[in-house]
Each structure stands twice: as C-alpha cells, then as structure tokens.
Design a protein around this ligand. Structure first.
Ligand code: FDP
Length: 348
C-alpha cells in the first residue's frame, strides 16, 4: 500500500522483497525459486543503476570497440550491464540459460551440473544505450520462461517459446529515478528505487494503461519507407480536429523502454514498423517486444505486429526482429484498422 503522507514515511512502503514473498505465499506449490530469481534480477538492476549514476565521473561512456550480434557498436555500459545480469543470475542458481542482446549465443548457466535452475531469462541488458552519453533514460528489459517439461538441456531451442508462455516479464528504467516494473500474469506493479536505503519500494501498485491517449511515438524520419496505411494513420493523427482531440502529440525518446514506460502510465502508442533499412522491424521479439507485450496486456493494453498478436508469434531465432505496435488498446486498434485499410484520412 502506498502511504498518503510524504516520503519521510519510508517504512510504510512495501519493499519489492516483501511483495515477492507475499505473492509467493499465495501460490501453494511455490518452492521460492521464482522469488529468488526475481531477487537476483533486482540485485543486478541495482548494480547497473550504481554504474549508471557514476557515468560521466568514471569512464563508462563510449564503445568497447566490439560489434554486437545486432551489428551495432557495443557501448561500454551495454557490456557492463550484460556482465552484471549474467553474474547475478549465475550466482543465484535459479536460471539455467540466458539469452542476451549482447551475446550471439545462448549462455548456459551451470552446464554439466545435476541440479540446474529451471528458468530461462532473455534480456536486453541496456536498451536505448545510444542515449547514455547525453543523460537520456535507458533501461533493462527481461522475459522469463520455464525450461519446458521433459527438457533436460537448456539449449536455445528451449528458449524459443511464444510470448504467451512467459511466466514473468519486466523492465527497469534508469531515469530521473530508477523504477522496476514487472508482471507474473497477475497485474503489473512498479517499484521505485530509494537510493537512501537501497530498496525498491512499491510506488505504482496495479498499473492500468489508459484505454486511449494523446501521444504517439515513432521515428518519423523513416516516414518515406512506411507502408501506405501507416502513412495515412500518421497524417490522420496530425489532423486539426479539436472536436476529436486531434492533433495528437509526438513523443519519441529513442529509448524503447522509456517511451513504453511513459505510454504505460499516461496512455499512448509506440510503433516501430518495418522500414527499408529494417524490413522486419528493428526491435527484438524475445527480449523487447514479448516482455513489454506481456506487461501491456496485463495492464489492459495491446501489442501487435500489425497483423498478429505479438505474444502468439512462434519464434524462430533468439535475436529475431519484429514490427511492433504497442500501447493503449484504442490506439493500437486504430493503427491496425489503418493498416488493414478499414480507416482512411476522412474517418472520424
Ligand atoms: P538502441 O538502438 O539505442 O538500443 O532497441 C533498440 C533501440 O535503441 C530502442 O530502444 C529505440 O526505441 C530504437 O532502437 C531507436 O531506433 P531508431 O534510432 O531507429 O529510432
């Protein structure tokens, strides 16, 4: 429960740890493994936050000189964030395999050991990292699956499950404050890091995304390569129709996780469609689109490829890209109607 008073009443907030334990106790068969996994993720997030807060003071800007699996220059902070998550999950022991944007292959955790964790974690350790050097919010996105029944070896095939099979998903935004938002399929809750006591506190219980919003997010520099329906949709959102609450505002940070977080709280639509440069879209299905699709659906919103529910896409590769339309349900539905040709510039 969020207290009514001011922040001095820190003791009245529920910590992430307490929240996890309370929710674990409501599941009779729970062994505590999943709770420990979430705790490991939150510890890694605190460490990444610590690195982030020192950026500019110590030398963590710039690139490692490596090119990551996406063909992008790897930032020093990307590599640091990757390292912190792998280390925390390896130490925790509940994870059998990690798939990370920063590593081309799946990373087995305790190969050869009889007792291995039963969870697969797929993550983008530092989303939006091209923004770090200019103090713009970035984040971590994670998706959690069970090692499928009967599967003893954690190979990449075990991780290639559609999003509907996620058992948990979440993200962290390292912004004006640091917030961790997650779902296990029973609603969405957000926890703000209190730096004075080093704890994530429940500040955003039971998040619901507004059905509609007045902001849309897209890289309009790619306009010429959008399909016709999308071009019309954008022009429709820009029409001067005060009676219909248009024009809408554009908000595009260029850190997916930060754009998503704003839209989740305020209502809005984020789109990264197919472009000439990225014919399959730019964002990754397994550790960007799926986890945020799980969260947005749990909060009452929608996520689509433009023609299919994101969480029903059957994955074919760990680093697969996908076009994405995600956010408030009415806004996603309108976008899809334009793509199908059911709406046009003269639609109300
Ligand atoms: P980045 O390359 O900085 O990691 O995930 C990729 C991503 O950022 C998203 O966070 C962001 O929304 C998008 O790419 C920005 O891409 P564009 O520069 O093409 O708009």
């Amino acid at each position: 429960m969020q207290p009514e008073g001011k922040l001095e009443e820190i003791g009245a907030f529920i910590t992430l740890e307490q929240f996890i334990i309370d929710n674990q106790e409501s599941v009779a068969s729970s062994t505590g493994a999943f709770s420990r996994l979430l705790r490991d993720i939150s510890v890694a997030a605190k460490l990444v936050n610590w690195h982030m807060r020192r950026a500019g003071i110590v030398d963590v800007f710039g690139s490692t000189g490596e090119i990551n699996v996406q063909g992008e220059v790897q930032a020093v902070m990307d590599a640091l964030a990757h390292k912190e998550f792998v280390r925390a999950l390896r130490r925790g022991g509940e994870c059998c395999m990690i798939g990370s944007e920063e590593h081309s292959e799946a990373i087995p955790m305790r190969a050869g050991e009889v007792e291995q964790g039963k969870y697969i974690v797929l993550l983008d350790p530092l989303d939006g990292s091209s923004n770090i050097e200019v103090n713009v919010s970035v984040g971590t996105i994670f998706s959690i699956y069970h090692l499928p029944d009967g599967v003893t070896e954690a190979t990449v095939d075990a991780a290639l499950q559609p999003g509907v099979q996620q058992v948990g998903a979440g993200y962290v935004v390292y912004g004006s404050s640091t917030i961790l938002v997650y779902t296990t399929g029973h609603g969405v809750n957000g926890f703000t890091l209190d730096p004075s006591i080093g704890e994530f506190l429940l500040t955003h219980p039971d998040i619901r995304i507004p059905d509609d919003g007045d902001m849309y997010s897209i890289n309009e520099g790619n306009y010429e390569s959008f399909e016709l329906g999308l071009k019309k949709h954008i022009k429709w959102m820009q029409q001067e129709r005060p009676d219909a609450k248009r024009p809408l505002s554009t908000r595009y940070i260029g850190s997916f996780v930060a754009d998503f977080h704003r839209n989740l709280l305020k209502g809005g639509l984020y789109m990264y469609p197919a472009t000439h440069k990225n014919p399959s879209g730019k964002l990754r299905l397994m550790y960007e689109a799926n986890p945020l699709a799980f969260i947005v659906e749990q909060a009452g919103g929608m996520a689509s490829t433009g023609s299919q529910r994101i969480m029903e896409v059957v994955p074919t590769a760990l680093h697969q890209r996908i076009p994405l339309f995600i956010g408030s349900s009415k806004m996603v539905e309108t976008a899809l109607a334009f793509l199908r040709g059911e709406m046009d510039l003269d639609s109300p």
